[in-house]
Design a protein around this ligand. Structure first.
Ligand SMILES: Nc1nc2c(c(=O)[nH]1)N[C@H]1C(S)=C(S)[C@@H](COP(=O)(O)OP(=O)(O)OC[C@H]3O[C@@H](n4cnc5c(=O)[nH]c(N)nc54)[C@H](O)[C@@H]3O)O[C@H]1N2
Ligand SMILES: Nc1nc2c(c(=O)[nH]1)N[C@H]1C(S)=C(S)[C@@H](COP(=O)(O)OP(=O)(O)OC[C@H]3O[C@@H](n4cnc5c(=O)[nH]c(N)nc54)[C@H](O)[C@@H]3O)O[C@H]1N2
Ligand SMILES: [Mo]
Length: 829
């Protein structure tokens, strides 16, 4: 193998330079376990990454029935062979000795092992009892963005069509609810307009609250490769931290937290003032321009500069960058989605593209980004607060159509109110109307806001909790029944990334012990509950991943997310394919809205829209009068300040998020040595100015306190904007040294000990990015730096304040030149 590189120390690997409108050259990244060579690999099994929404295609190396490594798939449209650090090393967690291998049930207060039949009989018995005594509203399901399409669809059918409950949502509520909502508000339906290929063609790329370098490192490699080539794009980065993206940006704006709407309104104001508008596009394809223009008429850069606390001139430069681009690509993620005006802000990015006619052609696109690997599937299968196939719960014809697909009566499918969102489900559990909560593939005891409250909700005696996971997580420890799941590499299914690319991920090895695929668990439950359609046939009539996929195809037929042209065989052959894929588009569809906004028609749209400020749902009459012919909708929003503002007692803004090396609550990345060592414990980022003022320094031990709770970590002094603290949210109380439970009175380290129970009015996505906090010194550092990486946004402001993050021999991965001929130049990133 050539070019082995330490991919902890050099996360993005070597450059493969290319120019505008050229195709991105391949580079095949491979990591094999110690002692393994390509020759000792017995089989390569097709898969795609489940540690972000990029959809990096890879093959799993198998020897003697064990996973022994991974290799990027060069044929794939998404990554052309490249892998990021989590892709390369994360799979090792599958083989951890502490995987769950048998079901557990709570007896006499303790979780004890049992067999599947006992555990599932208990779950079914409790479900039946609750259905009889309290009705379907007593049962809730809280699922994930990390399972497979087949699993979500099965869950949606059994929950909505079988149990008949309206309480089914995913952790996608915390993740990409705003992406879905913003697309519905602007285009009438969910569905990502753009394509990753737009990176090849754009002359300007704007990142709004998206640290793509760390959270989608492979697409960042693509941007880096273009930056190193001819005719490279100009970048705009809107992020209060000095991310790697910010470093490479032509214009970096570091606004005060929660002020995105003010900034975007100023960008719209400038675009309109300079008449940088595609009038033909606006007239042909949109409604609402005059109202938008009036709403931003006073939103000058000077006005926004005060609110956002950034120089007026920088805003003008940003407006010039997005306003004069010939092909603008914008991406939006959690810096926008996890704040109080999430949908309002995300919609303004859509507006910018609409008034500039920047949609539906190469390089001109919007990516309302997803986070989790299969969040798109959670949304399209209706395992979140939507009906399957982007059907409109307020439209009786859509409900009837779904009832036809399931062969049930329309009344069977709850549609009396909007499907319950996750934050509301936890409220119902707290208040006692939900009595059974089935949690699959998510760890709310670390990832939901205000953990002291969540722990109380989950530990209640009267709430029967089922947790389906691969480890005994913080959440599983509070469960009444724990079901051991098989995971990626141990089960087969499909997943769809943020640019609608569908991948097939095949089973490579057997799961440990008695662990079972999530699909099998849901199917077992459906059988035990004996759910029937209106003719008495089984409601869930499939038995394995492929037949579940075929069932989903029937449900997706004729919908925006049409899968009817796909099959397992086709996905095996071709690697990733973008939906819609049907008779009209047998090879898939690169971009939506190349030819109008058909899905926004009143009879077709997924939603009649909401008031962006209050979240109030509009009805069909209002929608028809706003948008009778099905065009894109320009919806304006006024700026409102964050709900919680710093004050004397809590003088800092507090924001939380990710680091390159960890995934969420670290159940996988914390068990992969290379990744864990790169970022072994929590830290707190503070600006140089604040540290100097408070006489604090690198490595000092501090408490971050809010009115909800506190966490303890060591300080890292960085170029973050003054007044703001950042804490990575990955660290619950589990750690590799065996720490497993909160010691009474011991300080926590989870960011969510401090975050607030509050959400965006339209998307109901909780606010993880805007809270107020106090900082208290606990103990001076002993000269050792904080455990934060130096390769990322957490790099110390003073070079050398911490030794460079490196992975050494154990993290060396091969980078092979493309087999297909492409121009290629070498050089570390
Ligand atoms: N390494 C890694 N990659 C991941 C994941 C992971 O856990 N680890 N998780 C995946 C998932 S599920 C998701 S959702 C994505 C998330 O991907 P991102 O959204 O890129 O990640 P975050 O770190 O949550 O937030 C992005 C940035 O928002 C900035 N920010 C904070 N407040 C504001 C604000 O008010 N305005 C603006 N403009 N920016 C602000 C933060 O400084 C931060 O750099 O990543 C996916 N990829
Ligand atoms: N403060 C703060 N909090 C946040 C965020 C933030 O930026 N700041 N981000 C939010 C976002 S965007 C997200 S996506 C969430 C993520 O939050 P979670 O979803 O709670 O985090 P994960 O650690 O990914 O949890 C996934 C769980 O599924 C298990 N698992 C893995 N594979 C399988 C499988 O195949 N089957 C089953 N049954 N289980 C499996 C894992 O062991 C793990 O326990 O966190 C949210 N919380
Ligand atoms: Mo997410």
């Amino acid at each position: 193998m050539e070019d082995a590189v330490d991919r902890i120390g050099q996360p993005w690997g070597a450059r493969t330079v290319y120019g505008r409108h050229e195709s991105w050259p391949g580079r095949v990244d491979t990591f094999l376990a110690e002692g393994m060579t390509s020759a000792s690999v017995q089989r390569w099994v097709q898969a795609a990454s489940i540690l972000h929404s990029d959809g990096d295609a890879m093959d799993i190396a198998v020897a003697d029935g064990r996973m022994v490594g991974v290799r990027g798939r060069e044929v794939d449209r998404v990554n052309r062979g490249r892998l990021g650090p989590k892709d390369l090393f994360g799979w090792q967690a599958n083989g951890s000795r502490d995987r769950l291998t048998r079901p557990l049930v709570r007896r006499g207060g303790r979780l004890v092992e049992t067999d599947w039949d006992t555990a599932m009989a208990l779950v079914a018995a409790r479900s039946r009892e609750l259905l009889k005594e309290r009705g379907p509203g007593a049962i809730g399901f809280y699922t994930s963005g990390q399972l497979f399409l087949e699993e979500y669809y099965t869950l949606a059918v059994l929950a909505r069509g079988g149990i008949g409950t309206n309480h089914l949502d995913g952790n996608t509520r915390l993740c990409t609810a705003t992406a879905g909502e913003a697309l519905k508000e602007s285009f009438g339906s969910d569905g990502q307009p753009g394509s990753y290929d737009d990176i090849d063609h754009a002359d300007a790329i704007a990142f709004f609250g998206h640290n793509i370098a760390e959270t989608q490192p492979v697409q960042w490699m693509r941007v880096l490769d273009r930056l190193a080539g001819t005719d490279s794009p100009r970048l705009l980065c809107v992020d209060p931290r000095p991310t790697r993206v910010a470093e490479r940006a032509a214009v970096h704006l570091a606004p005060r937290g929660g002020t995105n709407v003010a900034l975007l309104n100023a960008l719209l104001h400038e675009t309109i003032r300079h008449d940088r508008i595609d009038h033909g596009f606006v007239a042909a394809h949109t409604v609402g321009f005059d109202e938008l223009a009036a709403a931003v008429a006073d939103c000058t850069p000077k006005w926004a500069a005060k609110i956002c606390d950034v120089p007026t001139a920088r805003i003008e430069e940003a407006a010039e960058l997005v306003g004069t681009a010939e092909a603008l690509l914008s991406t939006v993620l959690q810096g926008v989605y996890q704040s109080h005006q999430a949908t309002a802000a995300a919609v303004q990015v859509n507006n910018l593209h609409l008034i500039r006619g920047m949609l539906g052609r190469p390089g001109a696109g919007v990516l309302q980004m997803n986070g989790q690997p299969s969040a798109q599937n959670t949304r399209e299968c209706g395992a979140d607060g939507d009906l399957p196939g982007f059907r409109n719960w307020q439209n009786d014809a859509h409900v009837a159509d779904l009832a036809r697909v399931w062969n049930v009566t329309p009344e069977t499918i709850p549609h009396y109110a909007p499907p319950t969102h996750a934050m509301q489900m936890f409220r119902y559990a707290e208040q006692g109307s939900i009595r059974m909560l089935w949690v699959s593939g998510t760890n709310p005891a670390v990832s939901l806001p205000e953990l002291p409250r969540i722990r109380t909700v989950l530990s209640q005696e009267r709430l029967f909790t089922v947790v389906q996971d691969i480890f005994l997580t913080e959440t599983a420890q509070l469960a009444d029944v724990v079901l051991p799941a098989a995971t990626w590499g141990e089960k087969t299914g499909t997943l769809t990334n943020a640019d609608r690319t569908v991948h097939l991920s095949r089973k490579a090895v057997e799961p440990p012990g008695e662990a079972r695929p999530d699909l099998d668990i849901f199917l077992d439950y459906a059988r035990r509950m004996d759910f029937r359609d209106k003719d008495g046939a089984p409601l869930v009539g499939w038995s394995d991943p492929e037949s579940a996929f075929e069932a989903w195809k029937r449900c997706s037929a004729g919908r925006p997310c049409d899968y009817t042209g796909l099959s397992y065989a086709k996905l095996d052959d071709a690697s990733g394919i973008q939906w819609p894929c049907n008779e009209a588009a047998p090879e898939g569809t690169a971009r939506l809205y190349t030819d109008g906004f058909e899905w926004a028609r009143p009879d077709l749209c997924e939603s009649y829209g909401k008031d962006l400020e209050t979240g109030a749902a509009q009805d069909v009459v209002e929608y028809r009068s706003l948008n009778p012919d099905g065009k894109a909708m320009l919806k304006a929003a006024a700026y409102w300040p964050p709900h919680e503002q710093p004050d004397e007692e809590h003088p800092f803004q507090l924001t939380t998020g990710r680091t390159l090396y960890h995934f969420h609550t670290r159940t996988k990345t914390g068990r992969a040595r290379q990744l864990n060592d790169a970022a072994p414990d929590v830290w707190v980022e503070i600006s140089t100015q604040d540290a100097d003022r408070l006489k604090l320094g690198e490595g000092d031990l501090v408490d971050v306190r809010s009115t909800r709770g506190s966490l303890r970590g060591r300080l890292r002094v960085t170029g973050i904007r003054p007044g703001l603290l950042f804490v990575p949210f990955h660290y619950g109380y589990w750690d590799t040294s065996g720490g497993s439970g909160p010691e009474a009175g011991a300080p926590g380290r989870a960011a969510n000990e401090t975050t607030i129970t509050d959400w965006d009015p339209a998307s109901k996505q909780p606010l993880f990015k805007t809270a107020a906090a106090a900082l208290v010194l606990v103990e001076r550092g002993d000269g050792r730096p904080s455990p934060a990486p130096t390769t990322t946004a957490s790099a110390p402001a003073v070079a050398g304040a911490a030794p460079p993050t490196a992975g050494g021999e154990a993290a060396r991965a091969a980078q092979e030149p493309a087999r297909f001929p492409h121009r290629r130049e070498e050089g570390a990133q």
